[in-house]
Design a binder for this molecule. Sequence first.
Ligand code: CMC
Length: 428
Amino acid sequence: MANTATIEINGQKNELPLIKGTENEIAIDITKLRSATEGVITVDPGYKNTGSCESAITFLDGEKGILRYRGYSIEELAEKADFLEVAYLLIFGELPTKEQNDKFHDDIKAESIVDEDVKKILDAFPKAAHPMGVISSLTSALTAFNPSSVNVDSEEDMYKSVVRILGKFPVLVAWTFRKKEGLPLDYGDNSLGYVENILKMMFVKPNGEYTQNQILVDALDKLLILHADHEQNCSTSTVRIVGSSHAGLFASLSAGISALWGPLHGGANQAVLEMLEAIKADGGDTKKYMAKAKDKSDPFRLMGFGHRVYKNFDPRARIIKKAADEVLGDLGIDDPILDIAKGLEKEALEDQYFVDRRLYPNVDFYSGIIYRGMGIPTDMFTVMFALGRLPGWIAQWREMRLRKEPIGRPRQVYIGETAREFVPIEKR
Ligand code: CMC
C-alpha cells in the first residue's frame, strides 16, 4: 500500500504522509497541510473523521464490536481482573504484579483522607443540586487543597498524583451521595477492598453496621471496569484538551466530569432510566416511543441506543445485559423496567430505521437498571460512570503530557460579516 495520500487543490498536488496504527488503522497526516497549501484547512464538526492523537491505551473497532484496554479484551478483563488492576493497567501500561498491586492499593488508601474544609464546600450546595455539578466542583476544589502541580516527567510525582486522586475521588462520590440522602459523611474503612469501601462509604447508616453483599461488590467492580476507558470520547477529549494547556490534573478531570454529564454522553444512563420510567407510567407502550424516536419532527431519541463509533453491538452492553439479569436475579428483584428495556431492545433490533442506521444498545442502556437494583438513585448514575472513567481520564492525561502534545487549538472557517465600518450608537 502507498504510504502517502495526494490532495489536489486548484491544480496543485500535495503529498501527505499516511500513518498506520498497530491495528492497521490508516490516517492521513495533515499536520503540514496548511503550510503546504497556503492556508487550506480541514473541517470536521464533531470530529467524525478526525483523529486527535496517537494513543496506545484503548483499541476500539466499532464495526466488529471490539474493545481492548492495552491489548486485553474487555470481556476477559471484566471476567478476570478487578477494578484497581484495570486502573493500573490503563495508567501505567501493564497489569500489576501482586506486589505492585498491593502497594498501589496501600498507597491509594493512604491518600483517602479529604481535607475537612471540603465539607464546608459540600455544605454550601443545596440538597437538590445535581450530583454531577457537585462532584465536578469538589474535584476542581481539590486543586486548592493540593496546589502543587504534577511534574509529569517525574514518575514518582505522577504516581503520587494518581494514587491521590484515586484515593480521594471515591470519598467525594460517597459524600455527594450522602449529602443528598441527608446522611452524615463517612470515611469508610481502609481495611476493605477499594470497591467494598466505596459501597460502605455510600451506604453505611449512622446507627448500624454495614454488611457487604458480594453480589453488589462484583456488580460494581464489573461496571467500573466496563466504564474505565473508551479512547477519545467527548469527556476524554475534554480532559486531554484542557490538560494540553498544562492545566493541572484535577482541573482537567473536573472538566471531563462536566463533559460526561450531558445526556448524549455519560448522562445517558440517567436519561435511559427516566425514559423507561416514563414508558412504564404511560402504560408500557414501547411502540409509541419507537415511533417517537423515528419521527424527525420529534426531538425524542431512544436513549441508550446508537453510538458514534459502534456500528455493531457495544461489547460492554452485552456484558452489562447479562450482568443485569444475574444481579437482579441474585438480589431477588423483579423489576418491570427490565422487561420494558428488553422489549424495547427487541423491537429496535428488528426495526428497519434502527437496522438501517446501525443503532444498537450502548453501555448505558442496561447499566442504570443494575445501579437501581443496587439502591443507587437515578441522578447518581453518571457519577458512578465518572468513578469508573477516572483511570481512563488519568491515563489519557498522562499520555498526552508524556507525548508532549501541543496545546489543543482547532481552527475554523469564518462565516460571519466581512470588514465593515463602525456605526455610532445614535445612528443605528
Ligand atoms: N434514537 C433515534 N435515532 C437515533 C438515535 C437514537 N438514540 N441515535 C442516532 N439516531 C439517528 C439520527 O437521528 C440520525 O438519523 P438520520 O441519519 O436519519 O439523520 C442517525 O441515527 C445518525 O445519528 P447521529 O446523531 O448523526 O450520530 P452521532 O454519531 O452524531 O451520535 C449518539 C451518536 C450516541 C450521540 C446518538 O446515537 C444518540 O444521541 N444516542 C442517544 C444518547 C445515548 O445513548 N448516548 C450514550 C452514548 S454511549 C456512552 C457514552 O458515550 O457515554
